[in-house]
Write a protein that binds this ligand. Structure first.
Ligand SMILES: Nc1nc2c(c(=O)[nH]1)N[C@H]1C(S)=C(S)[C@@H](COP(=O)(O)O)O[C@H]1N2
Ligand SMILES: [Mo]
Length: 351
């Protein structure tokens, strides 16, 4: 925990794991180089012709398949908005020491792959099966423990038909940094569940007890709180910063007059039912027009006309989904800095 500035180590992490530049909110589908990245360890170099995906554990039919077999299965293409569970962490005080995200840890891609349910049906899980474990090829040391990056899903979540093993991003083979040759995509869930450089799928009869499940990615109010697992994305909206930026502060310079404020909104729980926008830092709000989502788990564009009068303004947006979940005005603190979905604020000088 730190109330101090960002350390050089955190700056190093932030440079490796870059965010979405907010002007890229203009694209429905994020160009791959502009999609955010989060990589705990090193990016492995994987030979796609030698790569195999193993399916084992508590199944009647274990085995390994190559990329060609995966590609021959029914193709499943979805536009999915992916957000890191730590998005917004650097806004907390005291600041949890980790990847210091502001609000840029998001992107939307068109992923193509094979349904996980088809792979599991073929493997035939035992009746005692409770979870499915996904193991990546990357290794590192975290919390004092050497490990491969591993995450599990409860069996019912693995079998919904929504989860898939993707081998294409935006119509091209996955780039190395996004998990080549294949990764898991769990639409609606925060990023940690979407295991990259996938090497094995293991059916378990006991809940997985590994680091990324039991210690990381839990919402804890204080150090001794066992917490609860972080799963689906809370509603969030972002403002496409209007006008032109100041180089250092990124505050915006806008010409007075009528202009369209735009942005994006999404939720992993249910569809967005409304986006409210404020131009006075959250004192007063107006309803933005929200376009339909291009896909069930893809972000939606919002838009509001604004008569910009000279002076300083703070633009904010607040999304609500069909479950009634909404965004708080100020971030709520938790130990890991997860699910920080407070409203986005953009400083604007209208001239
Ligand atoms: N194998 C592996 N998978 C991983 C990670 C990782 O470090 N290793 N990071 C996870 C986290 S925390 C996030 S937010 C997403 C980021 O996906 P992206 O880099 O493709 O945007 O990948 C997830 N999958
Ligand atoms: Mo993440």
């Amino acid at each position: 925990m730190s109330g101090e500035g960002i350390s050089l180590e955190e700056l190093g992490l932030a440079a490796r794991n870059h965010g979405l530049p907010f002007e890229a909110l203009d694209w429905d589908v994020t160009p791959p180089g502009l999609h955010f990245l989060l990589i705990h360890y090193d990016i492995p170099q994987v030979d796609p012709t030698a790569w195999n995906l193993t399916i084992d554990g508590a199944v009647a039919n274990s085995g390994s398949i190559g990329l060609d077999v995966l590609r021959d299965m029914p193709r499943h293409t979805r536009i999915v908005t992916l957000e890191c569970a730590g998005n917004g962490r650097a806004l907390l005080a005291p600041r949890p020491v980790s990847q210091p995200w502001l609000l840029n840890a998001v992107g939307t891609a068109e992923w193509t792959g094979a349904p996980l349910a088809s792979l599991l049906e073929h493997a035939r899980p035992d009746t005692e099966a409770v979870e499915v474990l996904f193991t990546g090829l990357d290794r590192g040391v975290e919390g004092g423990t050497e490990q491969a990056y591993q995450r599990s899903l409860p069996l019912p979540d693995a079998l919904t038909g929504e989860v898939f093993v993707a081998y294409e991003m935006n119509g091209a083979p996955l780039p190395p940094q996004h998990g080549a040759p294949a990764r898991l995509v769990v639409p609606g869930w925060y990023g940690m569940a979407h295991v990259k450089w996938l090497s094995s799928i293991t059916v378990l009869t006991e809940p997985f007890d590994g680091y990324q499940q039991r210690r990381a990615y839990r919402f804890r109010e204080h150090a001794d709180d066992p917490g609860r697992p972080v799963t689906r994305m809370l509603p969030r909206s972002l403002v496409r910063p209007p006008g032109i930026p100041d180089f250092l502060s990124r505050s915006r310079v806008v010409d007075a007059g009528r202009l369209a404020l735009t942005g994006r909104a999404w939720s992993g729980h249910d569809t967005i039912t409304g986006v409210e926008v404020s131009t006075d830092g959250g004192e007063t709000w107006g309803d933005a027009a929200v376009e339909p989502a291009p896909d069930r788990y893809a972000w939606q564009r919002w838009r509001l006309e604004w008569d910009a009068a000279p002076g300083n303004h703070v633009i904010c947006s607040r999304a609500t989904d069909d479950t009634g979940r909404t965004q708080p005005l100020h971030p709520g603190w938790n130990v890991g800095g997860y699910e920080v979905n407070a409203v986005h604020r953009v400083q604007v000088e209208v001239r």
